[in-house]
Design a protein around this ligand. Structure first.
Ligand SMILES: [Zn+2]
Length: 174
């Protein structure tokens, strides 16, 4: 629900906040904005930015774990000469193959597991794909928005009106 927030000024003018959340440098930019001093003028904007950072911790991951549940992590082996990318895991299947492997959450917070930019980029590509977004190239603002904010739950069908309880028969006094 809702629409992306397109920035009107600054280094990222014309870009949507939600798109920045799927770009390595963009995440840093949004984090930076969240630390601005609050004023009367920017308080609404700051609320939006902070809400976005909170919400983007649990993106709408489409990638499934091998058990079929929604994946929440990717297992990786981080070595000096590069990263080995392994499987996607849900909460119940996050068993590591060996002690070299670590679980990285499928959200922007996973970036901090990687020391160098190329690995951060490779992680972001996997995060994007896992969320049903193109791994490389241009991102659609609305698609990024919808990958962060959950769709509203479908309205439940109105329950059929229950029959009024039958009036208890008056007990006849004997
Ligand atoms: Zn699983």
């Amino acid at each position: 629900m809702g629409t992306p927030y397109v920035l009107k000024s600054g280094d990222n003018a014309g870009k949507a906040l939600e798109v920045l959340m799927f770009q390595v440098d963009g995440v840093g930019a949004v984090r930076g904005m969240s630390k601005w001093t609050e004023t009367d003028r920017n308080s609404g904007f700051l609320r939006r930015v902070k809400g976005l950072l909170e919400r983007a911790r649990t993106p709408q991951v489409k990638q499934a774990c091998k058990c079929g549940h929604q994946a929440k992590y990717i297992s990786v082996t981080i070595k000096v000469d590069g990263v080995g990318w392994h499987d996607y895991h849900c909460d119940s299947c996050k068993v590591l193959r060996n002690s070299d492997t670590s679980l990285v959450p499928l959200n922007y917070g996973g970036l901090r597991h990687f020391g160098v930019k190329i690995d951060k980029k490779l992680f972001m590509q996997r995060l994007r794909s896992a969320c049903g977004l193109p791994a490389k190239g241009r991102l659609n603002a609305q698609a990024c928005h919808d990958a962060i904010y959950p769709a509203p739950a479908p309205k439940p069908k109105p329950e059929p009106r229950p029959e009024p309880p039958a009036k208890p028969k008056q007990l006849e006094l004997l």
